[in-house]
Design a protein around this ligand. Structure first.
Ligand SMILES: *[C@@H]1O[C@H](CO)[C@@H](O)[C@H](O)[C@H]1NC(C)=O
Ligand SMILES: *[C@@H]1O[C@H](CO)[C@@H](O)[C@H](O)[C@H]1NC(C)=O
Ligand SMILES: *[C@@H]1O[C@H](CO)[C@@H](O)[C@H](O)[C@H]1NC(C)=O
Ligand SMILES: *[C@@H]1O[C@H](CO)[C@@H](O)[C@H](O)[C@H]1NC(C)=O
Length: 376
């Protein structure tokens, strides 16, 4: 898709003057004098493009309000995942109310869209751990792929799995970096509490206040209406919906576990494709019985154990009756989920935790969990 074809469904026509609305709640830090200094040695900068292109009026205004336009007019190089105006309109009203009121948090959310490197689309990776992208705000976002790596998403830590920012245009060149266009705002962990959606409250999309409404009213009380997800993905749906788990998915299907993982209540430690590749020489030598045992060693039955429920050094009984052990880092954060036959150099690291499914929770691991006695 070409940028010029991107519609501007609302931009600032609907927003009135976006800048004026947002800035009625915050002190506008960019003065006319400073704006002159924004003119950088090269052009067009990322800020120039964001502010001169239909579809990015909200981004442009928010960059100016938070004084980040000068950063993105600076030397770089940067890669920016730029949300469209329509992406900002999809934000949870409670989050908008808080961001309008808290420029530091707003700046953090915006800087969570920026990585301080040139990252053209051809360098985006679909598989963990190479798909982690370190953002200027601190913390990683993650590139995820579907449709044989033809559809790309750039998921923030707090973006729900079933509603990820899709990269809809790539490699727009600025003189100080690259812009990729996304259709949803990337959400860092720091806003996770503000967007928590009780699955039971279903509010029709039309009833949810828009970002424009939220901006025209003083943010006294956070609106209670939230747009609940209309679909609920099971563990099997999630494992089989992402390219990075295609090996796991085919094993689950081959060993008749897809039905079980479509109902019930489970915790699944899901190995990435790379995790299975690392034991590719061993896998074909294992009997079917052993493979089933290994697969069941990735599942906790009848429990949705979130990372907060995992205790450092404690044993967790897995669905095959054997125990794995949670190992923590120096800050007592669970870091590995290890089986008896996992060697030190190949511990199953928790690459991503707490992916909610409607029948449990998934944690992504870097290596296959091997129960004691698997390897010859
Ligand atoms: C828009 O683009 C022109 C030409 O590249 C540039 O001179 C100008 O500074 C840009 N405007 C903004 C607001 O970035
Ligand atoms: C807005 O900020 C003020 C001062 O920091 C705080 O007391 C108030 O609760 C905030 N309102 C919202 C809606 O976040
Ligand atoms: C998707 O890309 C990853 C590497 O990023 C690769 O390992 C995998 O085989 C690819 N999948 C497909 C279906 O092309
Ligand atoms: C799943 O298990 C957790 C305990 O790990 C429990 O709190 C939760 O209510 C269970 N959910 C269902 C739907 O049974």
């Amino acid at each position: 898709m070409k940028l010029s074809s991107l519609a501007s469904p609302s931009s600032c026509l609907l927003f009135g003057s976006c800048l004026a609305l947002w800035s009625s709640y915050v002190t506008l830090p960019v003065t006319a004098d400073e704006e002159i200094n924004l003119i950088s040695a090269c052009e067009p900068t990322i800020a120039d493009i964001a502010c001169n292109t239909t579809g990015f009026a909200t981004l442009c205004d928010l960059l100016e309000i938070t004084d980040l336009a000068s950063v993105l007019a600076g030397e770089g190089p940067f890669t920016v995942f730029a949300p469209l105006d329509s992406a900002f309109e999809l934000l949870d009203p409670a989050l908008v109310a808080t961001l309008v009121n808290d420029t530091d948090l707003l700046a953090e959310v915006l800087l969570y869209h920026v990585t301080p490197q040139l990252l053209p689309a051809e360098d985006l990776r679909c598989s963990a751990p190479d798909n982690l992208v370190e953002m200027v705000a601190g913390g990683n976002s993650r590139t995820l792929c579907q449709n044989n790596n033809e559809t790309f998403f750039q998921k923030g830590a707090a973006n729900p799995r079933d509603d990820m920012p899709e990269i809809i245009d790539t490699d727009i060149e600025a003189c100080n970096g690259i812009i990729h266009v996304i259709d949803k705002v990337m959400l860092p962990n720091s806003v996770a509490d503000l967007i928590e959606t009780p699955p039971s409250t279903s509010v029709p999309a039309t009833a949810a206040p828009s970002i424009a409404d939220a901006m025209t009213e003083p943010p006294v009380a956070a609106p209670t209406a939230v747009s609940a997800p209309t679909t609920c993905d099971t563990i099997a749906d999630i494992a089989c919906g992402l390219d990075d788990f295609s090996t796991l998915c085919s094993l689950v299907v081959q060993f008749d576990l897809a039905g079980a993982l479509s109902a019930g209540n489970w915790t699944v430690f899901a190995p990435t494709n790379a995790a299975f590749e690392a034991i590719a020489s061993v896998l074909p030598e294992l009997s079917e019985e052993t493979v089933t045992d290994v697969l069941l060693f990735h599942v906790v039955a009848d429990a949705a154990l979130y990372s907060d429920d995992l205790e450092c050094s404690a044993l967790v009984e897995m669905a095959n009756g054997k125990n794995s052990r949670t190992k923590c880092d120096a800050d007592l954060v669970p870091q590995f989920q290890s089986g008896g036959d996992n060697s030190d150099g190949a511990e199953p690291e928790l690459l991503e935790v707490d992916i909610p499914a409607c029948n449990g929770v998934i944690h992504v691991v870097s290596n296959v969990l091997l129960p004691a006695g698997t390897l010859p």
